[in-house]
Unconditional design. Structure first.
Length: 254
């Protein structure tokens, strides 16, 4: 009798456990179904917002879908949409770098997605577009640098030393860590050491030549900068000796 009672209790406990599991599974399934419905609605809303030119609204709708379905469909569609939105010609917030990031994200996180091939094609095109853009910008900046150098030379020849320095410093602001910043540093060093410059300052000149040698060791101007550096250091030492001699003379005449 006791064993039958225990067996019955186990069966009741098992039934309750099964019931709880069924309820939980049912709730989870219902929640997932609800999320998918919401995602579909938001994706449709995104299309409508894009057609209306509301790109910010479309981005937010897709971001919500991404937060609901990370690394599983329809999250891939949301990521793809984000890439398209950031590459859209009519989008004032167009950003090819961000667009590329989303297309690469799709390829990496959703490799089995039917959109993965299209995303890879988009990514390849955007990389080429960004490379061309960088080349155009580099040529534009280089052209500006040449104009600054030319103006600086004209100012130097007319005795406008400060103006010439400013033009070369503009090149430094454009090319902080790359040529022709080495040429700008060399020019500024020369201007500070120029015999006709009323604001001549050998110590400043030395600093610019030293900076050139340290930051651009492969520059063809390094050897000239070293020669100037040696000469200026000798001049400064001579000046220091003259100061000491004058000091001694004053002491002797007291």
């Amino acid at each position: 009798m006791g064993r039958a009672h225990i067996g019955t209790g186990k069966r009741i406990f098992l039934c309750i456990a099964c019931l709880i599991f069924s309820l939980c599974w049912g709730c989870a399934t219902l929640k997932n179904f609800e999320n998918r419905n919401n995602a579909r609605s938001m994706l449709l809303q995104s299309r409508k917002l894009i057609s209306e030119g509301n790109f910010d609204g479309a981005l937010k709708a897709n971001e919500k879908v991404m937060s609901l379905f990370m690394k599983e469909p329809p999250g891939d569609q949301a990521v793809y949409n984000m890439g398209l939105i950031y590459a859209h010609d009519m989008n004032q917030g167009k950003d090819y770098n961000k667009s590329l990031m989303y297309f690469e994200k799709l390829s990496e996180e959703y490799p089995q997605s039917p959109l993965a091939v299209e995303a890879a094609t988009w990514a390849d095109l955007l990389k080429k577009r960004l490379m061309l853009q960088a080349m155009i910008e580099k040529e534009s900046v280089r052209s500006s640098a040449e104009e600054y150098f030319l103006r600086g030379m004209n100012m130097l020849s007319s005795g406008d030393y400060q103006g010439s320095q400013k033009e070369n410093k503009k090149v430094l602001s454009l090319y902080n860590t790359a040529p022709p910043a080495d040429q700008a540093l060399f020019n500024i060093g020369l201007i500070y050491a120029h015999y006709g410059n009323p604001d001549k300052d050998y110590l400043e000149s030395i600093q610019y030549f030293e900076k050139l040698i340290q930051k651009y060791p492969g520059s063809p101007l390094v050897e000239q900068a070293k020669i100037w550096l040696n000469v200026l250091n000798i001049i400064e030492k001579v000046k220091q000796v003259d100061i000491e001699i004058d000091k001694k003379k004053r002491e002797l005449t007291r």
